[in-house]
Design a protein around this ligand. Structure first.
Ligand code: NAD
Ligand code: WQD
Length: 342
């Protein structure tokens, strides 16, 4: 049990909501802020259905500097911040980069400024394997060079990490950036998961919506890549594994076990899976054939990327527990649950 108070920004989102459940189950006093731009207050009901209580929620747009500062001023004794709030659609970031810089950088800066002003020293940041770009060697570890970002979204994660590093040096902040690979799946209860807002850009929600009959068929974006079966390879990781890794990182900071003011860890399984692997596994767990066809490559796609998990396993002390069958089975259960309610 913990008597600590943790603020989760973007806590109604896909990964944030799963992390809020873990925090509540561990006895933390959880505050959530979210502007509901890519989520809904109904997620609070899902969180409560699992953990037994709703976190203290405030609708807040972190792009509003004054409102953000006012929030921190009126909510004292915060022991740590987990910052999920951001826009995350790669394609949209290319079409509207200023939206992404304003939100992902502006919002981050205002939260960091408030942390410094109110002496909140523990900060966890949602980063992404996208900072690596197309890796030179695989699996990819945290010492790999950060390459020029392939999108404004990816650049906001690279710049975000740099801002946090400089803030640690200048203000004594203690921070951990977690570089997620490809989060998929949903809580086993199917009370929370990735909300189906708009046409899914990511593979797994498109697969589950196709299986549910909402989409005619899945387009496999290319089967002529230099990989064993010609489709791109990724490190798909269960969202609950990601959430649990945030708990380990939080305790590391609260117990001052971090080795330096700023640390970075990959969050992956260490296993690469192709698009066709994912389709086959989904068909196995769902018991139904998935309508799909091969189409042109998608611009900007990385051929193959998967994590070297040694540092997360041995230094952070965390290892992914679930496999693709677990994750895809939970994703399908979530899809069926939300379809049953619609
Ligand atoms: P999500 O969109 O489900 O969650 C983000 C939440 O932040 C949403 O609830 C949204 O309403 C909120 N938000 C956005 N802008 C805000 C603002 N200005 N003020 C307050 N709230 C705001 O996304 P997610 O998949 O849960 O991702 C969470 C974090 O992890 C993001 O920073 C994302 O970039 C990062 N990430 C996600 C993935 C992925 O594949 N899902 C991979 C790597 C990194
Ligand atoms: C996975 C694979 C596609 C959809 C993105 C962001 C990354 C992070 C995670 C935020 C690729 C293929 C997909 C489809 C397909 N998000 N695919 N048909 O591109 O690895 O990563 O989400 O941080 O920053 O870039 O994930 O799920 O979009 O694609 O064939 O309809 O599935 O080509 O090979 P991606 P994805």
């Amino acid at each position: 049990m913990s008597d600590k108070r943790i603020l989760v920004t973007g806590g109604l989102g896909y990964i944030g909501s799963h992390t809020v459940v873990c925090l509540q189950e561990a006895g933390f006093d959880v505050l959530v802020v979210d502007d509901c731009s890519n989520s809904s207050e109904k997620v609070l009901d899902g969180i409560a259905a699992i953990s037994g209580k709703k976190p203290y929620f405030t609708k807040l747009d972190l792009r509003d500097k004054e409102a953000t500062e006012a929030y921190f001023k009126s909510h004292s004794n915060i022991d740590g911040v987990i910052h999920f709030a951001a826009s995350k659609a790669v394609g949209e970031s290319v079409a509207d980069p200023l939206k992404y810089y304003e939100n992902n950088i502006g919002g981050l800066v205002y939260v960091l400024q408030a942390c410094v002003k109110h002496q909140i020293n523990n900060f966890i940041f949602s980063s992404s394997c996208t900072v690596y770009g197309e890796p030179d060697t695989l699996p990819i570890d945290e010492s790999a060079p950060v390459k020029p970002a392939a999108s404004p979204y990816g650049n906001t994660k690279q710049v975000g990490e740099e801002i946090i590093l400089e803030s640690c040096k200048a203000y004594g902040l203690q921070a951990i950036s977690l570089r997620y690979f490809n989060p998929i799946g949903a809580h086993e209860s199917a009370e929370i998961g990735e909300l189906p807002i708009g046409v899914p850009q990511n593979l797994v929600p498109f697969i589950t919506q196709t299986a549910a009959g909402l989409r005619k068929e899945l387009e496999v974006f290319g089967d002529d890549y230099p990989t064993p079966d010609g489709s791109c390879i990724r490190d798909y990781i269960h969202v609950v594994d990601i959430a649990e890794a945030h708990m380990v990182a939080l305790y590391r900071l609260l117990e001052q076990k971090n080795n330096s003011d700023y640390e970075v860890f990959n969050l992956g399984t260490g296993a690469g899976s192709s698009v066709f692997d994912i389709i086959k596994t989904f068909e196995k767990v769902s018991g139904q054939a998935l309508p799909h066809k091969v189409s042109d490559r998608r611009a900007g796609d990385i051929i193959s990327v998967y994590a070297d998990t040694k540092k997360a396993n041995e230094v952070l002390g965390w290892k992914a527990r679930f496999n693709n069958e677990d994750a895809l089975g939970s994703a399908w259960k979530w899809e069926q649950k939300i379809r049953s309610k619609s």
